[in-house]
Design a protein around this ligand. Structure first.
Ligand SMILES: C[S@@+](CC[C@H](N)C(=O)[O-])C[C@H]1O[C@@H](n2cnc3c(N)ncnc32)[C@H](O)[C@@H]1O
Length: 286
């Protein structure tokens, strides 16, 4: 498998297809994701300065879990634009917002590197666990900054490096080994922890023209009853891992999942399964 295909233009098609395929799973696990990311999502909205009456951009919005938080914060006089590259997952975001009664949410189907939004039109922007998937995050940051009003803030949430996210390291390295993909630099663009190099994301924000850039590190342990519950989430919803395993036969894929389960059992505790995760929340002002 050519993992570098996820890095270039035609790789966007496979990114889109993979998130279309993972869309229902990501949505189905929304309660677990919501609990996992509760404190960090609140911090992200605070850092972006999201407030009543604002017009806010949600980049790589997925099935819209944080979109609902944004809609609650901006209130009935505000507006939220949820954007994503996957039509399927964005459709679920629209459904979830409608079901929650938020008429202030609209969707914008677009690659974050080509948002093509009006200049100076948003009071704030956020991107939860999306920026690291961009092959060219500088292009995405440029597009987001362009859409912000002068003085408005953007806050992104990404994973810190592989040492701070051992479960992601296990999942990625095991999937690559089973798929016959040679080991690669975890900080190579487009991967799960690609923006986790210390200081790296601050530099990217600054080079995109953001000022007052600051990063906060937050621990976000993923709590599940057992290893198998965590793996069920990954098997249903983790687009990048599924993408690596996609070319394998069913038997070879089953062997990879069994291998991962054996390693992830190390995080089983007397109080359930607890997978350590560290997130980086980075804010910048236009
Ligand atoms: C891990 S999910 C996060 C979804 C949501 N923000 C959340 O936290 O629940 C990553 C999302 O990034 C989106 N994505 C990946 N590459 C993208 C790109 N180039 N442009 C826009 N969205 C992208 C995927 O379609 C997916 O919805």
């Amino acid at each position: 498998m050519n993992i570098a295909a996820t890095m270039d233009g035609h790789g966007k098609d496979s990114t889109r297809r993979n998130w279309d395929a993972a869309a229902t799973g990501w949505d189905r696990h929304a309660p677990a994701i919501r609990a996992w990311l509760r404190p960090s999502t609140d911090a992200m909205l605070n850092m972006a300065g999201v407030a009543p009456g604002q017009t806010v951009l949600d980049v790589a919005a997925g099935a819209g879990d944080q979109t609902l938080d944004l809609a609650a914060r901006v209130g009935p006089d505000g507006r939220v634009v949820a954007s994503d590259i996957s039509e399927k997952i964005l459709g679920l975001a629209a459904e979830n917002a409608a079901r929650a009664g938020y008429q202030t949410v609209t969707t914008h189907l677009a690659d974050a590197e080509r948002l093509d939004l009006d200049a100076d039109s948003f009071d704030a922007a956020v991107c939860r666990l999306g920026l690291m998937f961009l092959p060219d995050p500088a292009a995405g940051l440029g597009q987001i900054r362009h859409a912000l009003k002068p003085g408005a803030r953007f806050c992104s949430m990404v994973f810190a490096g592989p040492d701070q996210n051992p479960c992601l390291r296990i999942l990625t390295m095991t999937a690559m080994r089973h798929a016959g993909v040679p080991p690669r630099d975890p900080f190579q663009p487009g991967g799960l922890v690609s923006l986790g190099r210390p200081g790296g994301i601050d530099t990217l924000f600054q080079e995109a023209g953001f000022s007052a850039v600051a990063t906060t590190r937050m621990d976000a342990p993923f709590r599940m009853p057992t290893t198998q519950h965590y793996l069920a989430f990954i098997r249903d919803a983790a687009g990048p891992i599924l993408q690596i395993l996609a070319p394998l036969s069913d038997a070879a894929r089953a062997a990879a999942w069994t291998d991962m389960a054996g390693q992830l059992d190390a995080f089983q505790t007397a109080d359930g399964w607890v997978g350590p995760n560290t997130l980086l929340l980075t804010v910048g002002r236009k």
